[in-house]
Design a protein around this ligand. Structure first.
Ligand SMILES: Cc1cc2nc3c(=O)[nH]c(=O)nc-3n(C[C@H](O)[C@H](O)[C@H](O)COP(=O)(O)OP(=O)(O)OC[C@H]3O[C@@H](n4cnc5c(N)ncnc54)[C@H](O)[C@@H]3O)c2cc1C
Length: 233
């Protein structure tokens, strides 16, 4: 579950247009003009302007593995995470507090494995070891919680990468949830979500993944088509 925090800028386009307007000596007291200016800046690829609005959110109920993938995004973002030193994992519910990509018999096998791990965790604590030591056995599939801050420019890139079908399904689900939560926040976020929070192929018009899902023309095919067109014209 993702909770958008009140520190999130509800008028990100107004903020962008305001800042850009100051640099152009333009009047900045008209919100409509600020929004229009912001959209033009973004569409023209003036990326720096999108670094002014920040998103603050709590992300919970996603696995530590998924959050580890999120952590590979280091530019324009920061986070605090649930402590594995001080939070006691002893009573974690193996049915509800772990990511389950499996069904039927496979889910049972996975659940048994989780139970074993959690029993070992508890035994280590009973043998007198601190939570921070016992925590070394915890699996990547366990749910965790972070407070995440990311600026709009970095978030656009994050969405381009993580809404792509090549991204793992859990982080794609996280990206989709964040997109929908922000979309509901204000009309400005609705525009941003619909126009800028897109998989990278939708943003670029072609796919640069080696193993493409085929939704868009590959980069190689696109370059070959341009070459053909240039030969004719
Ligand atoms: C399908 C998929 C599979 C992946 N598999 C793996 C994997 O097996 N192992 C793994 O470690 N990661 C993997 N990743 C993560 C991937 O390699 C990137 O680290 C991740 O997507 C973060 O994106 P980014 O590098 O663009 O960083 P961001 O922090 O989102 O950076 C945004 C942009 O800033 C610029 N930038 C970032 N860092 C620097 C820098 N240090 N100096 C200058 N400019 C910078 C780049 O232009 C970058 O695109 C995978 C990602 C995907 C989507």
């Amino acid at each position: 579950m993702i909770t958008i925090l009140p520190q999130t800028d509800k008028e990100p386009l107004n903020t962008i247009g305001y800042c850009a307007g100051i640099c152009w000596n333009s009047p900045v007291d008209d919100k409509e003009k600020n929004v229009k200016r912001a959209k033009n800046c973004i569409k023209s690829g003036h990326g720096r302007v999108a670094e002014y609005p920040d998103v603050f959110c709590i992300i919970e109920g996603y696995s530590a593995r998924c959050i580890r993938e999120l952590y590979t995004h280091i530019i324009g973002t920061t986070r605090l995470q649930s402590s594995t030193r001080y939070v006691d994992a002893k009573n974690m519910d193996v049915d509800k507090e772990f990511y389950y990509p499996f069904k039927d018999e496979a889910a049972d096998v996975y659940r048994d494995g989780l139970k074993n791990i959690m029993e070992t965790y508890t035994k280590l604590e009973e043998l007198g070891y601190a939570k921070e030591d016992a925590a070394n056995i915890l699996p990547l599939g366990m749910e965790t919680k972070i407070v995440w801050k990311i600026n709009l420019r970095a978030l656009m890139h994050f969405m381009n990468m993580r809404l792509c079908t090549r991204a793992y399904k859990e982080i794609r689900a996280l990206s989709l949830e964040l997109k929908e939560k922000l979309r509901a926040l204000s009309p400005e976020w609705e525009w941003i979500s619909d126009n800028l929070f897109l998989p990278k192929c939708e943003a670029a018009g072609y796919c640069d993944e080696e193993h493409s899902c085929g939704r868009k023309i590959s980069k190689k095919e696109m370059l070959a088509a341009i070459e053909e067109w240039q030969k004719i014209h």
